[in-house]
Each structure stands twice: as C-alpha cells, then as structure tokens.
Design a protein around this ligand. Structure first.
Ligand code: GDP
Ligand code: GDP
Length: 438
C-alpha cells in the first residue's frame, strides 16, 4: 500500500510548521543522511503505532503567484489538501478564536469526503478551558485541542490521524505488474512521453482489476509483461490547481513515487539539473525505488559528439547520490529512443528483485575487507563478522559487526560499491543496516 499523506492546512501563524516539526521530528528514524539530497521542510515521513505516513505542511508552499490575499492562499492550500491528501489537519488558533478566514476555509473542507481533523492549537490549559467549544461552530466535528509548541495531546491527535488510515483503499496491484511512475518538474514533457509510450507500441488494457481508483493509471501489456503507468501530469489535468507552483509538483510526485516500482525521472535536456529536480530525485532515492533518468527534448539541443557525455557528467555530479541510475536521452517530439525506455524499465525492475546467495556475498565482502581494511578509530578497529541480504526492492543488507559506531559513511560507500561491482543492482538504491553482533 502506498504511504498515506497527511496535510496540514490553516492560516499563517496558527502553528502549522510547529506542528509539522512536532509530528515528524524525533519520531522519524532517518535511515541515512545522503549528501546532496535537497532537504525540505515541506514534507517528511513520520511513524505512529507502527504506521508510517508522509506529513505535508501546505504552509511551506508558496502560492503567492496565484493569489495575493492571505485567504486566497489558504484556500489554495486547502484545495491541494483536498486533492492530494488522505487525512487533512485543519489547524486553528485557540488563542485568537474563530476568524472569518477560518470560517471560509471550513466551508470548503466540509464539502470534501476526506477525513478532516479540526486541530485547535495553542491550548496549554486543558482543565476548564471553554474556548475549545467555540470551534464546534465550524461544523467539522469534535475539535482536538493541542499545544504543538509544548507537545501536549499530540499522542491523541496521532491516534486519531492513524485511525483514519484504514479507510484508504488499498491500491496494490498484483506483484507481476511493473508500476512505472513518470515524475519531474512541470513542462519537462512527462505527458508527451506517456503518450508516446502508450500510443506507439502497446495494447492498452482497461479491465485489469484494481485500476479503477485513479483514471491516471494506465495499464498496458508488452511482450507478455504487464505494466501500469502512473502519470503525475494526468493528475494535474484532473485537479483544479494549475501546476504553476514548482514546489507543488513535488507533492504531486510523492504518491506516484510511493506506489511505483520504477520511476522515470524526466529532465529537460535544454536546462541543467535544477534544485527542483534534485528534490524529486532525493525523494525517489529515499523511497527506495528504482530510477531511470530520462533526458527529454534532446531534439532541441545543439549537439556534437561530446554533448551527451557532458550532460551525463553534470547529472553525475548534481545527482551524486544516484550514481546507480541509468540515463537515456530521448525526444518525445521525434520519438527518438523512447521505445528503449521500456527495455530499461525491465532491466532495472529485474535488478531490484535480485537476491544474492549469503556465502557468495560473504566471500565478496571478506575480499573487499582484505583489500582495504576499515580504518582504525582511537585504537579500535571495525570487524565485519557476517553479512546477509535481508530483502529486495530495494535490496537491503545487514552487516553484523563488533562495534556499529566504528562504521563510517565512507567505508559503507566502499562496501556498497563492492556489492555493486560484483552483483550489479543497477538502477536501484541499496540499503545497508549495521548491527552489533552480541
Ligand atoms: P505557521 O505560520 O502556521 O506555520 O505557524 P508557526 O508554526 O510558525 O507558529 C506561529 C507562532 O505561534 C510562533 O511564534 C510559534 O512559536 C507559536 N506557536 C506555535 N504553536 C504554539 C503553541 O502550541 N502554543 C503557543 N503558545 N504558541 C505556539
Ligand atoms: P509535462 O508538464 O511534464 O507533462 O510536459 P508536457 O508533456 O505537457 O510538455 C510541455 C511542453 O514541451 C509541450 O509544449 C510539449 O509539446 C513540449 N515537449 C515535450 N516533449 C518534447 C520534446 O521531446 N521535444 C520538444 N521540442 N518539445 C517537447
């Protein structure tokens, strides 16, 4: 199942970003801190009672270009949440009471059938506090009083949030379907590419079970392999909000990435790699999905025999955390090489499902350690006692060692490279967990 999205909506200064930090800080286990991944306060993963979800602070999206009134911007946030989120947290200020902007937004939120939780923030005094009752007037059910700043009643709020998750339809497809997400900034050519991929070569099937949820999911079959293409550009056309705000395209990508097996990260060949491209790439990487970097509009680029190589170098330095992702230079306009994308999809989908025999893996790692022993730290040396592959998609490995804190990032990187040199895993991130062997 894809990770639920919880969106925080509300006027400026009610405490949205404080709540965002409260919900996601401390609770998240950051698996790895990848250098070069652009971090964002916009969305972050959280976990409660064993359920993980993504929290989005809509206050972090700049809607100024679309509306110059505060109300207009908050309405855009609410609209985004209505379109994209699974649970909406509508935050109001328990100190100032209801404002007309609150009423206006509440009216929008009353009309959605998505779960909305009315959060009354800045309540530090719970006993005998009458002010909370005033918020019943908003017609959004029982107000939940909290203090984001002081961490009061957050557990109850989280209970209620995860309580709504069971209503989210499970949209898993059968395991033999390869799900492809097409993601990238606005205007890089995502929908043009999808049209070429679907139009050119394949039979589109419309009666595969489980595909009814989103009209933007298009199933197709090629050479007896079943695929579903998840098109974020299609979501834009379905929604009411124009994709003019670039940061917004990241949110659009979140769910598509989560539901996918393989992501096509589409870049515009006439531009370099932008911050926004890095954000989306970082999200795919952290979600553990296989990636193919598709450089589109290659027809527009004036080229000599070095151009492709130069662009490739830029990608490798700008998206340094994603060395494993293959690149392909295409044109949706002339259809050049688009047909080859599916071959690459098959290849990386196979790589992410690869399992390595434990004894072979241990031989490779033993050789690697002999060739380049771990550096000693304050007289102590890391010893790798045993390693094993614990899972696939993404391939993940557990290294049992004498002292986990002696494992440094650079040495992990070395071991990862050795694994890749020997076993491939092209296109997919690899996870390594280091554990103490008792
Ligand atoms: P946003 O604009 O909605 O993201 O609001 P912020 O999170 O930036 O908070 C606005 C102001 O309210 C800041 O000065 C916060 O310190 C304050 N604030 C946030 N949460 C609480 C709270 O639970 N209690 C009190 N007393 N102040 C809070
Ligand atoms: P999206 O927002 O990422 O879905 O991008 P679109 O598919 O809507 O494309 C944006 C614009 O770029 C449109 O005007 C397309 O016709 C144009 N476009 C897309 N792919 C190519 C390409 O390969 N070459 C050229 N020259 N234009 C392209």
């Amino acid at each position: 199942m894809s990770k639920p999205i919880v969106a925080i909506v509300g006027r400026p200064n009610v405490g949205k970003s404080t709540l965002f930090n409260r919900l996601t800080g401390g609770l998240v286990a950051i698996v790895e801190d990848t250098p070069g991944v652009t971090r964002d306060r916009l969305y972050r993963d959280a976990e409660w009672l064993g359920k993980s979800f993504t929290v989005v602070d809509t206050g972090g999206i700049d809607f100024a270009s679309e509306s110059n009134s505060i109300l207009g911007q908050v309405r855009k946030q609410a609209q985004l949440a209505i379109e994209e989120a699974d649970v909406i947290l509508f935050v109001v200020d328990g100190r100032t009471g209801i404002t007309s902007d609150d009423e206006n937004v509440a009216e929008m939120l009353r009309r959605t059938n998505k779960p909305v939780i009315l959060v009354v923030n800045k309540v530090e005094q719970f006993k005998g506090n009458e002010t909370v009752y005033e918020f019943y007037q908003l017609g959004l059910g029982d107000p939940v009083p909290i203090s984001a700043a002081h961490g009061m009643n957050i557990g109850d709020l989280l209970d209620e949030v995860v309580g709504h998750f069971k209503d989210i339809p499970n949209d898993d497809y059968e395991p033999d379907v390869i799900k492809i997400a097409v993601v990238g900034r606005p205007n890089v050519g995502k929908s043009s590419l999808v049209n070429v991929i679907l139009g050119e070569e394949r039979v589109i099937v419309s009666d595969i079970a489980g595909t009814t949820r989103d009209a933007i999911d298009t199933p197709f079959i090629k050479d007896n392999q079943r695929y579903t293409i998840i098109d974020t550009a299609g979501m834009r056309r379905k929604g009411k909000i124009e994709e003019t705000t670039e940061r917004y395209s990241v949110i659009r990508s979140l769910r598509a990435v989560d539901r996918s097996d393989v992501c096509l990260l589409v870049l515009d060949g006439t531009e370099g790699v932008t911050e926004q491209d890095k954000r989306i790439a970082g999200y795919i990487h952290e979600a553990g999905k296989a990636t193919i970097i598709v450089i589109n509009k290659w027809d527009l680029v004036e080229k000599d025999e070095k151009t492709m190589h130069k662009y490739e170098k830029t990608i490798r330095s700008e998206l340094a955390f994603m060395q494993y992702a293959p690149t392909i230079f295409v044109s949706a306009l002339t259809k050049q090489r688009v047909i080859k994308i599916i071959d690459l999809v098959n290849f990386v989908a196979e790589q992410q499902n690869h399992r390595i025999n434990t004894s072979v893996l241990n031989e490779v790692i033993t050789d690697a350690v002999q060739l380049n022993p771990p550096p000693a730290d304050k007289g102590k040396r890391l010893k790798i006692l045993f390693c094993t592959q614990a899972g696939i998609k993404p391939p993940n490995f557990i290294f049992f060692v004498n002292e986990p804190e002696l494992m440094h990032f650079s040495y992990l990187r070395y071991l990862e490279n050795k694994i890749r040199d020997n076993f491939g895993f092209e296109g997919t991130p690899i996870r390594i967990t280091v554990r103490k062997r008792e």
